[in-house]
Design a protein around this ligand. Structure first.
Ligand SMILES: Nc1ncnc2c1ncn2[C@@H]1O[C@H](COP(=O)(O)OP(=O)(O)OP(=O)(O)O)[C@@H](O)[C@H]1O
Length: 250
């Protein structure tokens, strides 16, 4: 579903150029949930944004469903295949657009018909009733806003969802609800996930495999069982796991 090969991503120009991602490679088969973890500033979000077509200063290969992507432009077919959910649902929803407007705009952009029926189905899929249609973002809780953002992503009927810290802006109790929703949606729709999280417990719960990043490089790609058992190959990963366990106990 996704191949990333020798990916380099940079910002700015010398002498101020930041090499945010260096020589990153991984593949994600269809239906897998793949995590990107690592300390703050290690390049996790940058990889996701490059895959999503939000950054054009990169080299290497990004192929989605077998189709190599260009750094310059993405066609409509790309956005039918790939959608992204951001950390802060408030920032990603227009304050003056109702839920109905957000979803109908996305559906129309995708050239879909039968808009009302599809909106009802999308709201049902994310655990919100039809009654939420005429609410605006400020009339929704954080969890409900993230459900709307997920519904908007699903409106395009994508195959690959890019999830950038999708629950870290939410209360702990709501985090679990949204993670369970995402797990259910993956099973129901046969979706593939790439999920960025700084929280190893979230990745341990949600992902099949993960890449560990340090200072722009992938230091290790591992299965979730090794994460749960703390049996990583690299010393850096073992330290990261130990630190997250210490934090969980504190
Ligand atoms: N638009 C930008 N311009 C310049 N540098 C940037 C830009 N976006 C990110 N960076 C830099 O790229 C590096 C990687 O950032 P990135 O946001 O990918 O890290 P991250 O691992 O997702 O961190 P966090 O967990 O804190 O979100 C950092 O050094 C960051 O300062």
């Amino acid at each position: 579903m996704l191949t990333v090969e020798n990916l380099n991503v940079w910002f700015g120009h010398p002498p101020d150029r930041v090499d945010a991602v260096q020589d990153a490679s991984f593949t994600v088969p269809q239906g897998e949930s793949f995590g990107l973890v690592g300390e703050s500033g290690s390049g996790k979000s940058t990889i996701l944004r490059a895959i999503a077509g939000l950054i054009d200063t990169w080299s290497g290969t990004i192929a989605v469903a077998g189709k190599p992507q260009s750094a310059r432009k993405r066609d409509r077919a790309f956005f039918k295949t790939v959608q992204m959910v951001f950390q802060d649902p408030y920032a990603s929803l227009h304050p003056r657009h109702s839920v109905d407007a957000v979803l109908s705009e996305t559906l129309r952009l995708q050239g879909m018909d039968d808009i009302d029926r599809r909106i009802a189905r999308l709201l049902d899929d994310v655990g919100l009733g039809r009654g939420f249609c005429f609410r605006y973002p400020h009339q929704l809780s954080g969890g409900q806003r993230q459900r709307v953002a997920i519904a908007r992503a699903l409106a395009a009927e994508p195959r690959l969802l890019l999830l950038d810290e999708p629950t870290s802006a939410l209360d702990v109790s709501v985090q679990a609800e949204i993670l369970n929703l995402l797990a259910d949606l993956r099973a129901e729709h046969g979706l593939t996930y790439v999920m960025v999280s700084h929280d190893l417990a979230v990745v341990g719960h949600m992902c099949d495999r993960l890449a560990v990043m340090q200072a722009g490089r992938i230091v290790e790609v591992m299965g979730v069982t090794a994460l749960r058992q703390g049996t990583a190959q690299q010393e850096y990963t073992r330290q990261l796991i130990a630190a997250s366990r210490g934090y969980a106990r504190a």
